[in-house]
Design a binder for this molecule. Structure first.
Ligand SMILES: [Zn+2]
Length: 629
């Protein structure tokens, strides 16, 4: 092929081929124009930004070879994810095979219906040349598999051909890693908001009503851009992509600077003719709103610890309560302010988050700052003891954001709010984010670990330093009832179930009823029952979940019940003194009187302006799971 200026390769060039969809294998050729004289080192990231867990993507590289113009070169493995090719004469060419069968938003997936990848799974980092621009040639799958695939990505085009296959460019490795790629036969729709073209792409069989999706997301996107840029109301990108994969049952999202990868149940998407909104759809809108907010908050405004990302190891910060917690606060708040949900539904969703935090004793032992720091080994790696030892920096972080917002609004009579702090963070740490051509992320400043209290003071005139220390570094209960009162909103707690309780969470395989968590200090814990115990009888009667519930409803707090359980297949007997049920279910009730503070907080959109989404329990509270990043 004749080479023209626009098709020139950069110092680092990748060619990615979905070569064997049935075997889930991408073939990748990497050319390094000027490899290191002592032998070029290459590495795959150990994690992907937005998902704070070491994932060892290199374990899916199944073959790797190196050569130069003279022939094959030796390539040695130095550690779990680093290789070194022998010194090359002229350009170094490395070819390798990546196994891609992870149906999540975090890695890579390939079969005969579509391909998806994050560069962190398929593009080796050329160590020492991370700041160099690179090209990516995306090749179509073999003609025997598909001839009609298209490409969806926000990587800048540099000579794309039919269907979007062809050459793309990234300013540096950091940019490359932040533009996931979808290829296949997807449905799509575009809409304009905040001065940018937005595209929704839906992969997977579904009869989604794309017009409805676009209509509902448009005002949410506009509201978010206006929050950060009230003057221009413009987004910091020209194009944004919602890369959505619809599956039978799935949930997840990962944020990127100009796009997001979303995974959802196909029944959560609206279908043509759907009149009402469903709980699943509300959850999907909340997820899309969450990841979109991240385009400003964590992808451009970043903790200093992420500038630049260290792809080799954990990047520790005590600030995920700001970056994930505030995002979790604003995701639903932007829906209600944009009129996509009613204020009543917003308060119901907020009450569910309060309950979620209140139910788990972990909030009394771990602070949100500690939870942020230890996300790598705790929040992302939950086990049977997590409810006792871990607090979610998503859920409690969003309540800290609420507490800050309410406190500032009340103290200033509604003249200042958390929005002002978001704008100041944006001006100081986000707006100068260097997108393509601007050089590596190192050009940018991140939010220092200790900077937030002073920044809040500067932005709002309100000093909350002692309160922040208690809410963020301590484990004291948040004074939400007191903070909500000036807004005409009453917070009350009641037991979820009036029956006395064993103080456990249960689950089970097949007919077995097992303890998944014994709450610390609870009745089961005091009696010696433990997570993993298989409950077989209570007071001499065989139990399953329903029978246990019925039995407990006939007992009183303080009664002793005899529980038989198997542990390591040994039958054991426990005398359990039942507890009164904990008042952990929150409800929020707004007064009927008009309240100016509340209007300022939840927005001025008239309640009947848009079809309100149906209320009810959210099918999958995102703050309860690690699926959304
Ligand atoms: Zn997030």
């Amino acid at each position: 092929m004749k080479r023209t200026a626009s098709r020139a390769t950069e110092p680092v060039a990748y060619r990615i081929v979905p070569a064997d969809p049935h075997g889930h294998l991408f073939e990748v050729d990497l050319t390094v124009a000027e490899p290191a004289a002592e032998g070029q080192r290459l590495a795959l990231p150990a994690w992907i930004p937005g998902s704070y867990m070491i994932r060892e993507f290199a374990r899916h590289i199944v073959r790797i070879e190196a050569r130069d113009g003279r022939g094959a070169l030796r390539i040695d493995k130095l550690d779990k994810h680093t290789w070194r090719a022998a010194p090359a004469r002229g350009p170094l060419r490395v070819s390798y095979t990546v196994y891609a069968w992870d149906l999540s938003v975090r890695a890579a997936h390939l079969d005969a219906t579509h391909g998806f990848f994050n560069a962190t799974s398929v593009c080796l980092r050329v160590i020492g040349q991370e700041a160099q621009p690179c090209t990516v040639d995306l090749e179509p799958p073999p003609a025997s598999v598909a001839r009609d695939w298209k490409v969806a990505t926000t990587l800048p085009e540099a000579g794309a051909r039919r269907g979007g296959f062809g050459r793309y460019r990234a300013a540096d490795y950091d940019a490359l890693a932040d533009h996931p790629v979808e290829m296949g036969r997807f449905a799509s729709i575009a809409f304009e908001a905040a001065g940018a073209t937005h595209e929704i792409v839906v992969t997977g069989r579904s009869d989604v009503d794309l017009e409805r999706l676009a209509r509902d997301l448009q005002p949410v996107c506009a509201a978010q851009a206006a929050l950060f840029e009230p003057r221009t109301k413009r987004a910091p990108f020209d194009r944004y992509l919602f890369l959505t994969t619809a599956v039978g049952d799935g949930y997840g999202g990962l944020e990127h600077r100009d796009s997001t990868a979303l995974l959802c149940g196909r029944n959560d998407l609206p279908w043509p003719g759907m009149q009402e909104s469903t709980d699943g759809y509300r959850t999907f809108l909340g997820l899309a709103s969450h990841e979109y907010f991240h385009a400003w908050h964590v992808k451009r405004i970043k903790p200093a610890a992420f500038v630049p990302y260290d792809f080799d190891r954990e990047a520790y910060t005590r600030l995920l309560w700001i970056f994930e917690g505030f995002t979790s606060y604003y995701d639903d708040l932007m829906l209600v302010r944009a009129g996509a949900i009613s204020r009543g539904d917003y308060l119901k969703a907020l009450a569910r988050t309060v309950s979620l935090v209140q139910r788990a004793p972990g909030r009394t032992v771990q602070s949100v700052a500690e939870s942020s720091f230890d996300a790598w080994i705790k929040y992302y790696r939950q086990d049977e003891n997590s409810p006792n030892s871990v607090v979610s920096y998503y859920a409690k972080g969003s309540l800290v954001a609420l507490a800050i917002d309410l406190a500032v609004r009340a103290k200033t009579g509604g003249r200042a709010s958390l929005d002002d702090a978001m704008r100041l963070m944006w001006e100081r740490y986000g707006r100068d984010f260097h997108a393509p051509g601007g050089g590596p992320g190192a050009m940018q400043r991140g939010l220092p670990e200790e900077a937030f209290p002073a920044l809040l003071r500067e932005a709002t005139g309100v000093a909350l330093d002692p309160a922040l220390a208690r809410w963020v570094d301590g484990t004291a209960e948040l004074p939400l009832a007191k903070l909500l009162a000036p807004f005409g909103v009453t917070l009350a707690f009641a037991p979820a179930d009036p029956a006395p309780t064993l103080g456990i969470r249960t689950g089970g395989r097949g007919a077995d009823l097992s303890i998944t968590t014994a709450y610390s200090g609870g009745a089961a814990h005091r009696a010696g029952l433990s997570a993993g115990d298989v409950l077989v009888a209570c007071d001499g009667l065989r139990i399953d979940e329903k029978a246990l519930k019925a039995l407990l409803s006939r007992r009183k707090p303080g009664d002793t019940v005899e529980v038989h359980a198997f542990r390591r297949d040994e039958l054991m007997r426990f005398a359990v003194v039942l507890d009164a049920p904990a008042p952990s279910e929150a409800s929020l009730t707004a007064s009927t009187a008009d309240n100016a503070l509340r209007r300022g907080w939840l927005g001025h959109a008239p309640a009947g302006a848009r079809p309100a989404l149906r209320s009810g329990a959210r099918a999958r509270p995102r703050t309860a799971r690690a699926g959304a990043a």
